[in-house]
Structures are given as structure tokens and as C-alpha cells.
Write a new protein. Structure first.
Length: 154
């Protein structure tokens, strides 16, 4: 291991440089506007589903106050698909109102979770108006994160 005259090792110097570089990068990333926010719902608890509504409304207002338009997508996965089930959701009206007031909001349901629930319940699951299917909910979340979207778990 190489040690410099000031007592720092090469490894220590490289680690310090990495920290300074990372903190500079973090500051630069803070200044940039995120393209969008993806909110994952994987619980059928009404209060958890309600969080997605309040998060979406609050985020939209927060960025609008800065003069920015934010894309928001709520992804329902696993038991969370109940939020977009027309036959089960307790939030039909709030979700419809939210979509009308936020044109940059999308609702996505995991098709895989839907198929599993349909097989288990022996019914065809209807979606609320405006909801669409994605092959895998968690895959959709990762796809959006790889595009630079922020992630929130409701």
C-alpha cells in the first residue's frame, strides 16, 4: 500500500475523492427536476390506497408551485390491485376526481396479479375508468426508475 508524506494512504485518498465526487453529484441531482414519480401500492388497506391519492395531489401542487409539470403514475401490484378494481375499491369517486384534476396522472394495474386474482376468485375483474394494465407491476416500477423517475412506496 502506498502512503503519501502527509500520512494518507492511496486507498484513503481515493475514498475521499469518491465522497467529494458523490456529494457534488448529489447536489447536482437535487437541482434537476425529476421527470416523474411512480407510486407503488401493494396493499389493499384503504388507508394505504388513500396515501397514493394524497401523495399524488400534494406532489402535483408542490411542483406546480415551482412552475413545473410532474408526471405521476400509480402502479398497483399484488393485493394493491384492489385500488383499481371497479368491484372492490372504496375510492372510485376520489380516483376519478384526481384523474380529472391531474392530467399528468396515470393508473396502472399489474396484469399478472390480476390473472392470479381472477383464477383464485373465479371471476373477471373489472378495472375502474382510466386504469390500464401493465405486464408486471414491479417491472413497470423498475422501468420508470431506470428512466430517472423517483419512487414512492405507499
Amino acid at each position: 500500500m502506498t502512503t503519501f508524506s502527509n500520512g494518507l494512504s492511496r486507498r484513503g485518498l481515493l475514498a475521499g475523492t469518491a465522497i467529494l465526487t458523490a456529494s457534488g453529484t448529489a447536489a447536482a441531482k437535487e437541482d434537476r427536476l425529476t421527470e416523474g414519480v411512480v407510486i407503488l401500492i401493494d396493499s389493499n388497506e384503504p388507508y394505504v390506497m388513500g396515501h397514493a391519492i394524497s401523495y399524488s395531489a400534494n406532489l402535483s401542487r408542490h411542483f406546480a408551485d415551482r412552475g413545473a409539470r410532474l408526471l405521476i403514475e400509480i402502479v398497483a401490484n399484488g393485493k394493491g390491485i384492489d385500488v383499481f378494481r371497479a368491484d372492490r375499491t372504496p375510492l372510485v369517486e376520489p380516483l376519478a376526481t384526481l384523474r380529472q384534476s391531474l392530467p399528468n396522472l396515470a393508473y396502472s394495474m399489474c396484469a399478472s396479479s390480476k390473472v392470479i386474482a381472477e383464477a383464485k376468485e373465479q371471476i373477471s375483474i373489472p378495472l375502474i375508468s382510466g386504469a390500464s394494465l401493465v405486464p408486471f407491476g414491479i417491472g413497470r416500477v423498475v422501468d420508470l426508475q431506470l428512466k430517472g423517475w423517483a419512487y414512492i412506496h405507499a
